[in-house]
Design a protein around this ligand. Structure first.
Ligand SMILES: Nc1ncnc2c1ncn2[C@@H]1O[C@H](COP(=O)(O)O)[C@@H](OP(=O)(O)O)[C@H]1O
Ligand SMILES: CCc1ccc(OS(=O)(=O)O)cc1
Length: 199
């Protein structure tokens, strides 16, 4: 059932949907010039990318907020590595908004040196995987089939259709996120299990 080799491009250990990416662009990603006022939405697929694009559009584009301008979300906030409309990023007026599924180690070095803003959307991986399973069944090419166990194995191996959830952030970034999340949730009347050994 796997025809992964026909539609995946593995670049530095990370899987991309080959027909949507430009190998040259990937090769030169590191040096892509980041502007101080760029804004990146970064997510693992199926973590809430699109509604975050909508929220950002409401903030940045008056025409989107008051519905006077009919511009698609992808034109307002294009995908960085999946630039299917061949948007000319270099000549785009500031502030440029982008959306990306790139893991921390593949983003341009300008982003790592704290230029620009990154909005990272984080979702419970069990929900990400379930959402991705159903999404993959819609994208015929991905051939998810009905076998959730097989799909889960690929997801956990980090060798699935797009990327590797476990290595999307660093261990340190994940731990930092857990701390902030625990702190912000501590007054809610909900019980979270943080340690699997906990009763
Ligand atoms: N306003 C909202 N609040 C919470 N989740 C939302 C949302 N709008 C979209 N989503 C969820 O975001 C997921 C898609 O993410 P992405 O945009 O990254 O592809 C979908 O999850 P489900 O497939 O679990 O329903 C979708 O339901
Ligand atoms: C082909 C990789 C890919 C691109 C976009 C996806 O949807 S979303 O950004 O998560 O809404 C999923 C996979």
């Amino acid at each position: 059932m796997d025809n992964k080799d026909t539609y995946l491009l593995n670049f530095k250990g990370y899987n991309f949907e080959s027909s949507f990416v430009d190998a040259d662009f990937l090769e030169n990603l590191d040096d892509f010039e980041i502007r101080d006022d760029d804004v990146f939405i970064i997510t693992f697929p199926k973590s809430g990318t699109i509604w975050t694009q909508q929220i950002l559009s409401l903030i940045y584009f008056e025409g989107h907020r008051n519905r006077t301008e009919d511009l698609s979300t992808l034109d307002r906030i294009p995908f960085f590595e999946y630039n299917i409309r061949k948007t000319d990023f270099l000549n785009r007026p500031s502030p440029r908004l982008f959306c990306s599924h790139l893991p921390y180690y593949l983003v341009p070095k300008g982003l790592k040196s704290k230029k620009a803003k990154i909005i990272y959307v984080y979702r419970n991986p069990k929900d990400v995987m379930t959402s991705y399973f159903h999404f993959s069944n819609l994208v015929v090419r991905f051939e998810a089939g009905n076998d959730m166990e097989h799909f889960m194995k690929r997801f956990l191996d980090g060798n699935g259709t797009v990327g590797d959830w476990k290595h999307h952030l660093t261990v340190e970034q994940n731990e930092r996120f857990d701390k902030i999340f625990q702190r912000n949730m501590k007054d809610l009347p909900l019980k979270f299990i943080w340690d699997l050994n906990e009763e």
